[in-house]
Write a protein that binds this ligand. Structure first.
Ligand code: NAD
Ligand code: UGA
Length: 465
């Protein structure tokens, strides 16, 4: 099959960068990215590349080369479906907030809507690709929805999960560790897999493209995220023990990671992992295990999320205990809001939960992040409190105590304590001696990312040291 026309439903953190890279590497394929969110599409089409909806190093250079050539962003979902031979689904799959599986299962509403729309619109054969992270056996449900098509169109469903990490998405897409493609072992299934493989072969070496059955592919994505998050919770759990015993988590991480069977990556202790996926995907795994009656397995993975919650709370409590047991009416500075550096994404960021804890204790928060804007920070907190059914009045009164600054120095002036919640490089280059002068005497700096050098003029707390 000669693929010349593809589309992607969902122009988010996955759909946008992934399709931009496919368009760059495959100039003969027309790539259309569609979304129901008009604002997002307008931002993808903005003449000023600094206005793209996603901040990701290297992204604007890729978009600059491909946009208007063979990369297009549009809100016309139906047209894109009709014209494409391959349709990627990269819509959001958040944790369910209602009904059965609430708080654990993935909400498949958006995926199902996509499948239904494809079934309604398609008048020619299509390869439908699961790019979103989905529970194992979702392809079965998608096939069922697609079968409602009445025009005798053949649909082939593939799983092609995405492994990029935000902040390094473009490099991850250029040099993927692996590309995973799951398909049915049938004549049409194998042909569809071959067609997708031929796209990736434009820049990914053949030996890095792994083909499996659909269920293995779906489950491998959840399992990969669970294993990565498990390493962080493991090291974070040990950071608490280090603080009690005089061991140093950086030294322990290094010693552990030098074992080639373990390896050094993902052993950096922190205030806790964030991001839109780790927690959601593990909770989904927990739900699946419970569904199949595997309670012990479910409990094992649930613990990874519980330790992460523990770490965020432990950090907030350290700040309070370091300030004589109360932060009420005290100015506290939060440096960093994004869930990691080099992204404008703050979904499930540890900062949200640390901020919440301190606000409940009466703190006056002053926040600075180099990229995340005030509106987003307030939105993150509002979503959390609305989900807890807090009153409008309560929410407004707490938001008034969460002031967002454009300059770090204003956020730090006369502060009782500063907490580093994202490992932005610029925090390391600040003049911390000058900052110590500006903060109140004997102010403390709580380094939730272990990024600052030790400085005898500052009272410092590090994770796990
Ligand atoms: P996102 O929220 O940034 O983007 C999803 C987009 O889909 C939104 O813009 C939304 O408007 C759009 N959408 C939803 N329903 C639609 C419909 N019916 N028609 C058209 N557009 C629709 O989400 P994301 O971070 O890009 O994640 C997407 C999926 O990829 C999730 O399943 C996630 O788990 C997975 N994933 C994410 C990452 C990551 O780093 N963010 C990495 C790997 C996998
Ligand atoms: C993660 C995975 O790394 C990707 O492979 C996957 O595709 C993606 O989830 C997804 O499915 O969404 P991402 O969440 O973007 O990517 O970023 P990570 O680099 O994994 O970081 C996640 C969180 O863990 C961040 O808050 C980060 O600061 C934290 N972290 C990471 C640590 O605390 N310690 C570490 O050693 C590594």
């Amino acid at each position: 099959m000669n693929v010349t026309n593809i589309c992607c439903i969902g122009a988010g953190y996955v759909g946008g960068p992934t399709m931009a890279v496919i368009a760059l590497k495959c100039p003969n394929i027309k790539v259309t990215v569609v979304d129901i969110n008009k604002q997002r599409i307008a931002a993808w089409n903005h003449a000023d590349l600094d206005q793209l909806p996603i901040y990701e190093p290297g992204l604007k250079e890729v978009v600059a080369q491909a946009r208007g050539r063979n990369l297009f962003f549009s809100t016309d979902v139906e047209k894109a479906i009709e014209e494409s031979q391959m349709i990627f689904m990269a819509v959001n799959t958040p944790t369910k907030t209602y009904g059965e599986g609430k708080g654990f299962a993935a909400d498949l509403t958006f995926v199902e809507k996509c499948a239904r729309q494809i079934a309604e619109v398609a008048t020619s054969d299509k390869i439908v690709i699961e790019k979103s992270t989905l529970p194992v056996r979702t392809a079965e449900k998608i096939k069922e929805v697609l079968s409602s098509n009445t025009k005798e169109v053949h649909f082939e469903v593939l799983s092609n999960p995405e492994f990029l990490a935000e902040g390094t998405a473009i490099q991850d897409l250029f040099k993927s560790d692996r590309v995973l493609i799951g398909g049915d072992d049938t004549k049409t299934g194998n042909a569809a897999v071959a067609a997708l493989v031929s796209i990736y072969l434009n820049w990914i070496p053949k030996e890095k493209i792994l083909t499996t059955n659909v269920w293995s592919s779906e489950l491998s994505k959840l399992a990969s995220n669970a294993m990565l998050a498990q390493r962080i919770s493991s090291i974070n759990s040990l950071s608490a023990l280090c603080e009690e015993t005089g061991a140093n988590i950086e030294e322990v991480s290094k010693a552990i990671g030098m074992d080639s069977r373990i390896g050094p990556k993902f052993l950096k202790a922190s205030v806790g992992f964030g991001g839109s996926c780790f927690q959601k995907d593990i909770l989904n795994l927990v739900y699946l295990c419970k569904h199949f009656g595997l309670d012990e397995v479910a409990e094992y993975w649930h613990q990874v999320v519980k330790i992460n919650d523990y770490q965020k709370t432990r950090f907030a409590k350290k700040i309070i205990s370091g300030l004589n047991g109360t932060v009420n009416q005290k100015k506290i500075t939060l440096l960093g809001w994004a869930f990691k550096k080099n992204t404008n994404d703050s979904r499930e960021s540890a900062a949200i939960y640390v901020a919440d804890f301190l606000l409940v204790e009466g703190a006056e928060l002053h926040v600075f992040d180099p990229i995340v804007k005030e509106a987003r920070i307030h939105q993150d907190l509002t979503f959390l409190w609305e989900a807890r059914n807090e009153s409008k009045q309560e929410i407004e009164s707490k938001l008034k105590r969460c002031i967002v600054h454009k300059e770090h120095i204003q956020a730090l002036e006369s502060s009782f304590a500063a907490a580093i919640l994202t490992e932005w490089d610029e925090f390391k280059s600040y003049d911390w001696n000058a900052i110590a002068e500006k903060m109140i005497q004997s102010a403390k700096v709580y380094d939730g990312r272990n990024v600052l050098k030790s400085n005898k003029n500052i009272n410092q707390y590090y994770i796990g040291k």
